[in-house]
Every structure is written in structure tokens, then in C-alpha cells.
Design a protein around this ligand. Structure first.
Ligand SMILES: [Zn+2]
Ligand SMILES: [Zn+2]
Length: 233
């Protein structure tokens, strides 16, 4: 695929924003996409009838994205947007309690799409060895995002994205065994976890407590529900 120098440079910078020490780049892509969407909803779309209808239909955001929305709103010193949106959600839920099988969170769906897009784009950038050093300094792809990377077309970028995960998992597994062993009553030395539980958190949650990758089941079903609504393409 041919790309203009300008778009390639822009793309490289966008990918570089995803590479943070100790953090899964795909969790970072999901976090950025989710936060940007919530920010836009709270400051530009609070009175948009379509946005409000969608939020009512989905029964609001998941717990994680509600927490992010509150953090963003509090950061700006203005929580009235969340109040207005959730007055609607609660009125609708009171009139007709949520049922099983309803789609649960539009931000999770949007974030899932951002994660998938970032996986392909990051693989393409790493394919040409760009950002290799930055990727080495970032965290490995987390457990939840590994299947996404494994499903990418074969190539250097895919292999590079997968490369750090096995060594990280083996290192953390050995650390967990050691931590467990040191809890024995006949061990009188250091019983602390020596940071291994934090490293486990990085592999499971991509470096973010409450990261979106593990939030909801049946994400694919919800993505297709939102596609039908025309909210995702
Ligand atoms: Zn991840
Ligand atoms: Zn969510």
C-alpha cells in the first residue's frame, strides 16, 4: 500500500502516542478513544437527541466508562452534563427496567473498534522497523489483546507485536510461583510480593486498573448492534 509522506508521518506520530512505558499499546488506544469520545459527548453533545436516545437504549455506560466520564467532568469542574444524560437514563429505566441481552456500553464498542484499528496500524508501522525502540520501552500487549494481534496477517509487524509477551508472561508466572512459595509457614524471609502483583496487573489490564479490554462480554454482538444503529462503520 502506497502512502503519502505526510500521512505516514502523521500516522507514525499517532502510533507513537500509544507507546507508554509499562502499558499495553492497544489498551492505550482504547483509553484514548474512550476518553476523547466522552469528552466530546460531555461538552458538545449533551443536548443531542440522538446521543441521549442511544444512551437511554443502552441503559447508560458500563461502570468503568461512567467512572471515566465522572473523572473527566470533575476535572473540568462541571458534572451537570452527566446529570442531564443520566436523568434520561434513569427515567427510561424506571419506566421500563433493562432486560437481558441489551447492548451495554457504546464507549466500550467504540474503544473495541479503536483497539482493532490500532493493532493493524501499529503492525504496519513496526513492519518497517519504525518506532522499534519506542515499542521496546512500552509494555507488552496484554492478555486480553493478544488474540487480536494473533489474528493479524503474518508479517514482521505482527511478530514484533507478539514478541515480548511470552517472556513477560513466563517471568511473571515464575514470580507468582515464588511469591506463593514464600507464603509458606516455614519461610521466615521476605513475604512481600516484590512487585509481582503489579506486573501481573500490567499483563491482565494493560497497565490500567479498570482498562476497557476486559470490561464486557459479548462485545462483538454489541459492536454489530451499534453498527446497525449506524453509529459505527
Ligand atoms: Zn491491552
Ligand atoms: Zn464501557
Amino acid at each position: 500500500m502506497r502512502r503519502s509522506t505526510h500521512s505516514w508521518a502523521w500516522w507514525g506520530r499517532a502510533m507513537e502516542r500509544l507507546l507508554r512505558p509499562g502499558r499495553c499499546p492497544l489498551c492505550e488506544a482504547e483509553r484514548q478513544a474512550g476518553d476523547e469520545r466522552l469528552d466530546m459527548l460531555l461538552y458538545e453533545n449533551v443536548t443531542d437527541p440522538g446521543v441521549r436516545a442511544e444512551l437511554r437504549a443502552s441503559g447508560g455506560w458500563c461502570g468503568h466508562h461512567f467512572q471515566r466520564a465522572m473523572a473527566i467532568a470533575r476535572g473540568a469542574g462541571q458534572t451537570a452534563g452527566v446529570a442531564l444524560l443520566y436523568a434520561d437514563v434513569l427515567e427510561a429505566a424506571a419506566a421500563r427496567p433493562p432486560r437481558r441481552g441489551r447492548p451495554c456500553c457504546g464507549i466500550c464498542c467504540l474503544a473495541a473498534t479503536a483497539g482493532r484499528t490500532a493493532a493493524s496500524q501499529l503492525a504496519a508501522v513496526l513492519d518497517s522497523s519504525e518506532l522499534d525502540q519506542e515499542f521496546t520501552a512500552s509494555g507488552p500487549v496484554c492478555l486480553a489483546h493478544l488474540p487480536l494481534v494473533q489474528a493479524l496477517p503474518a508479517g514482521r509487524g505482527r511478530e514484533r507485536l507478539l514478541q515480548p509477551a511470552p517472556a513477560s508472561m513466563a517471568e511473571v508466572a515464575a514470580g507468582l510461583q515464588d511469591y506463593f512459595r514464600r507464603q509458606s509457614y516455614d519461610w521466615h524471609g521476605d513475604k512481600s510480593d516484590q512487585g509481582v502483583m503489579a506486573r501481573l496487573g500490567q499483563l491482565v489490564q494493560g497497565g490500567y486498573p479498570g482498562a476497557t479490554a476486559n470490561q464486557c462480554r459479548d462485545r462483538e454482538a454489541r459492536v454489530s448492534w451499534y453498527r446497525r444503529l449506524g453509529r459505527l462503520r
